[in-house]
Design a binder for this molecule. Structure first.
Ligand SMILES: Nc1ncnc2c1ncn2[C@@H]1O[C@H](COP(=O)(O)OP(=O)(O)OP(=O)(O)O)[C@@H](O)[C@H]1O
Ligand SMILES: [Mg+2]
Length: 268
């Protein structure tokens, strides 16, 4: 199989412990090219750990993962050329302006005309008006958008977004969602992690739930909804939401990690 025809991401039997803490216990999934795949899980489920392994920042203890057809363990350089990673915490330089941040990354990647690349991305992410301002003055949503824009420099075919909208207000979340949808429409493969069920519902072609170290379900939203029968409430048929499916599978307390937080926000 050539790398062009391989699925964007193939993961088999991925296993990872931090000392005594066995976080990933045989994770399997495949992500088709050009699709949006959501890895859903509570705090501490191992989402960031999985993303770090796929982006070559961390070594798995066992199992294999191929990204863009390349093995993360033995072809790390090729994997890195195929991806970009937007981490859980924004990696923008506060002292520089938005435009300077983008142009700097373009220059580091040895691309021609870094200024034009920066201006195009600023326009695409509705940041033109703030282009010359120091990032220290940006709102959380603006920083996130700039962070995602930075990860697109050089047009990587696969992007990892680790909790792209955590901490954002509803309007900023919608803006980030729009940017992610546009990426996939242009053929980029997106793997995102989230603890927000509505984010997975809105964005993902396929949703996988990571729980106690394994993928316990993996399917389209409709397939996941079919796991639960529609609840009959008087004469009205109520379809299960993704939240119903998640809580039925994971348990109502949703606790999984060591953070002691309630990770799944109640739907209003
Ligand atoms: N470097 C590390 N050393 C020891 N334990 C770690 C390390 N990194 C993560 N862990 C632990 O591994 C578990 C999984 O962490 P991970 O960050 O992958 O979860 P997550 O699903 O991304 O959670 P969150 O939703 O809070 O971001 C947690 O219990 C965490 O405390
Ligand atoms: Mg995480």
């Amino acid at each position: 199989m050539t790398t062009q025809h391989a699925p964007a991401i193939q993961v088999h039997g991925l296993d990872k412990s931090y000392k005594d803490l066995h976080v990933l216990r045989g994770v399997d999934f495949t992500v088709a090219r050009g699709s949006i795949f959501a890895l859903l899980g509570s705090n501490g489920a191992g989402k960031t750990t999985a993303v770090k392994i796929l982006s070559t920042l961390l070594k798995a203890d066992a199992g294999t993962a191929r990204v863009n057809g390349f093995d993360v363990a033995t072809q790390a350089a090729e994997v890195r050329e195929s991806i970009s990673l937007t981490g859980q915490f924004a990696a923008v330089d506060e002292v520089l302006s938005g435009r300077e941040n983008l142009a700097l990354v373009a220059r580091l990647r040895h691309l021609e005309n870094p200024g034009r690349i920066a201006d195009d991305l600023l326009a695409r992410f509705s940041l033109t008006d703030a282009a010359a301002r120091r990032v220290a003055t940006y709102s959380g949503g603006m920083r996130r958008r700039l962070d995602i824009a930075m990860s697109l420099i050089g047009n990587p075919p696969i992007i990892f977004l680790d909790e792209p909208t955590t901490g954002l207000d509803p309007q900023a979340r919608i803006e980030v969602w729009q940017a992610v949808k546009e990426l996939a429409e242009n053929g980029t493969t997106v793997l995102l992690t989230t603890q927000y069920l509505d984010e997975a519902e809105q964005l993902a072609d396929r949703i996988a739930i990571l729980h106690q170290g394994r993928i316990i379900v993996n399917g389209t939203l409709d397939e996941l909804k079919q796991l639960l029968p529609p609840a009959k409430v008087e004469y009205v048929e109520k379809q299960p939401t993704l939240e119903d499916v998640f809580l039925a599978l994971v348990g109502a307390d949703g606790k999984d990690g060591d953070t002691g937080q309630h990770p799944i926000p109640a739907r209003k």
